[in-house]
Write a protein that binds this ligand. Structure first.
Ligand code: DCS
Length: 481
């Protein structure tokens, strides 16, 4: 009998091929255990509010007023909302044509895109054009839109770091392109070696693949490293020589936990390099309201900025964005607020600063507690989390554990993470979901559990790990670095 269009065997093969480990086997098992009444610590997703982070007060006040504009007409509104939140709500409503219930332009509200451009200009010291900024439903949708424009078929390759955040591998699969991996160097704190890049491109070309774009994630997910300015220059030169569009995923730009290597945007480095690079290299940079000290993942707000993309191409990207009519309008307002927070002298400035500093300082402490905790465990080594929201320790599995995993029909790091979940309730993502070198195993946790719960979580991890290692440490030989 003929198959129906949505029978499994007739499905688009690209959909079946696509894998997304952050919500994979471990997450499903954790959800089952939770239903059975076990306490689960979900460290698999960088979802700060789900782990207890409180929303910043000022942006929620502004958006609440935009959602319920009748409150602005209430004579008592000033008793509940500060005057700067009221003024800002009126400002954003004036930028819309019909409030939050109306579609906006498919690129986003022009007034908010102007605020984003002003932010980029303040951050980098170079002009930014609102016409080249599109607002999106989270950074994910922006990445998908751009990859959709770049990938023409399986002969097109995209350079992606390994380990990587699986948005990239999954989207490339869905669009039928080819992922060209370049390996980050764990022994160099997950640094990026341009010689590796050259090798990856040469190898892909020898297989007839046309390499068209390069992804960087800075700060890194899952690896947590911050790229140096020198490294960014090398990357941009490489893209110039190879005619690659650079996709700069900079969603963790506020999440920095050391002072030696502050965040520097790819756009700034490119502009600093001057001509011909600044006029030639094609760059698309992504940002979001989901990360930083905002953590407003559920709002689904993001933007991308295009540099050196010809106007005709921008028009085409606009056309395709129009198919979805409009990005989420309340999320656009979150974005506007993120890029223009209260200023010194504003009524809400002190509270906003107190809240945001409190979150960032605590994340900095948590990054250290976590990496120190991992490094105190048997057969575990972990680079310091310099930025982003994750720790990515390497787990050196004894031969006995590799054998047991094989018997259970599991990839070794999936086996380890499942055992960890069953024993402690800690839900992580196995390193195989992000890509890693053959025969080397990792796991990823977020650094987001509440600070006061962190020591207990790390104790319970250590107890599990050290017992696991003793249990399987009956043979010679380990997985290696
Ligand atoms: N880029 C990177 C590097 C990310 O880590 C994420 C989300 C995104 C883009 C997309 O975020 P938004 O669409 O919300 O803007 N990170 C996921 C993760 O690894 N854990 O939680 C979500």
């Amino acid at each position: 009998m003929a198959l129906k269009a949505l029978d499994y065997d007739s499905l688009n093969e690209n959909v079946k091929k696509c894998q997304y480990a952050v919500r994979g086997e471990l997450y499903l098992r954790a959800s089952e255990l939770q239903k059975e009444g076990k306490k689960i610590i979900f460290t698999n997703v960088g979802n700060p509010h789900a782990l207890g982070q409180k929303p910043l007060t000022f942006p929620r006040q502004v958006v609440a007023l935009c959602q319920a504009p009748f409150l602005l007409e209430d004579p008592n509104v000033g008793m509940i909302f500060p005057a700067d939140a009221i003024a800002r709500a009126r400002h954003y409503l004036s930028l819309t044509s019909g409030g939050l219930g109306a579609y906006s332009d498919s690129r986003g509200l022009p007034g908010v895109r102007k605020e984003v451009a002003d932010f980029i200009q303040r951050r980098d010291g170079y002009p930014s054009d609102p016409e080249l900024i599109f607002l999106t439903d989270g950074a994910s949708k922006g990445v998908m839109q751009i990859l959709n424009c770049v990938i023409r078929g399986d002969g097109d390759g995209i350079l992606v770091p390994v380990p990587q955040y699986p948005l990239y591998s999954a989207t490339i699969s869905l669009l039928g392109g080819t992922l060209v991996p370049y390996y980050l160097d764990e022994s160099e704190n997950w640094g990026l070696d341009v010689n590796n890049l050259r090798q990856s491109v040469a190898q892909a070309r020898s297989q007839g693949i046309s390499v068209r774009a390069m992804v960087i994630i800075n700060p890194g997910n899952p690896t947590g490293q911050c790229l140096s300015e020198a490294n960014l220059r090398e990357i941009l030169k490489f893209c110039y020589n190879e005619k690659l569009v650079l996709l700069g995923d900079e969603v963790y730009q506020q999440n920095i936990y050391q002072d030696e290597r502050p965040f520097i945007s790819s756009k700034k480095v490119l502009m600093d390099m001057g001509s011909p690079f600044s006029k030639e290299v094609q760059l698309v940079s992504f940002h979001t309201v989901s990360k930083g000290y905002w953590g407003e993942c559920g709002q689904r707000g993001g933007y991308f900025e295009m540099t050196n993309i010809p106007p005709r191409v921008v028009e085409e990207i606009y056309k395709v964005a129009s198919i979805a009519l409009s990005p989420n309008v309340s999320a656009q307002i979150f974005m506007g607020l993120m890029v223009s927070p209260p200023k010194p002298g504003d009524i809400s400035y002190d509270q906003f600063t107190r809240e945001s500093k409190g979150i960032l300082e605590s994340l900095r402490r948590r990054a250290k507690i976590m990496t120190d905790g991992f490094n105190s465990c048997k057969n575990v080594v972990c680079n310091f989390t310099e930025g982003a929201m994750y720790s990515f320790p390497q787990i050196r599995l004894p031969a006995g554990a590799l054998q047991a995993a094989k018997q259970a029909g599991k990839v070794p790091d999936v086996f380890y993470c499942l055992k960890l979940l069953e024993a402690t309730g800690i839900s992580t993502v196995p390193g195989s979901g992000f890509g890693q070198k053959e025969g080397v195993f990792h796991l990823r946790t977020t650094i987001l559990p509440a600070e006061e719960e962190m020591p207990e979580i790390m104790d319970s991890f250590k107890k599990f790990n050290d017992e696991f290692m003793t249990q399987y440490d009956n043979t010679v030989g380990y997985s290696r670095m």
